[in-house]
Design a protein around this ligand. Structure first.
Ligand SMILES: [Zn+2]
Ligand SMILES: [Zn+2]
Length: 112
């Protein structure tokens, strides 16, 4: 099992148990990846919860991920804004997933 698969499985369980919300996950159960690797997919746009959605422009936010500097930016291509509390949580999850994925957990792979 890779670190990703292990984390995915534990977050599936935590979510099923009501311990974490879907937008707090560092992994994506739809794409089977770290959240920062697939957050630019249109699947991660939600007009109801306003994840990656600019309501005033009716437009999905574009995503820029820079894994080296741990930077994730989301902005509306029309007005340059479009922030919401939901998008802020998604950004935090993306930053956390980048730093988590970059760690080389030697002790874990040694056990496996
Ligand atoms: Zn995904
Ligand atoms: Zn906008």
């Amino acid at each position: 099992m890779s670190p990703l698969e292990r984390h995915l499985a534990s977050e599936d369980r935590a979510e099923d148990n009501g311990q974490i919300s879907p937008d707090e996950r560092l992994t994506c159960h739809v794409h089977g990846r770290w959240i920062h690797q697939c957050v630019s997919s249109s699947t991660h746009v939600n007009q109801v919860t306003r994840h990656r959605w600019c309501r005033s422009c009716n437009t999905a936010l574009t995503v820029v991920v820079d894994e080296l500097s741990l930077t994730v930016l989301m902005s509306c291509p029309r007005c340059g804004g479009g922030r919401s509390a939901a998008t802020t949580r998604l950004l935090a999850a993306c930053r956390a997933s980048i730093s988590f994925a970059r760690k080389k957990p030697r002790h874990l792979s040694a056990v496996a």
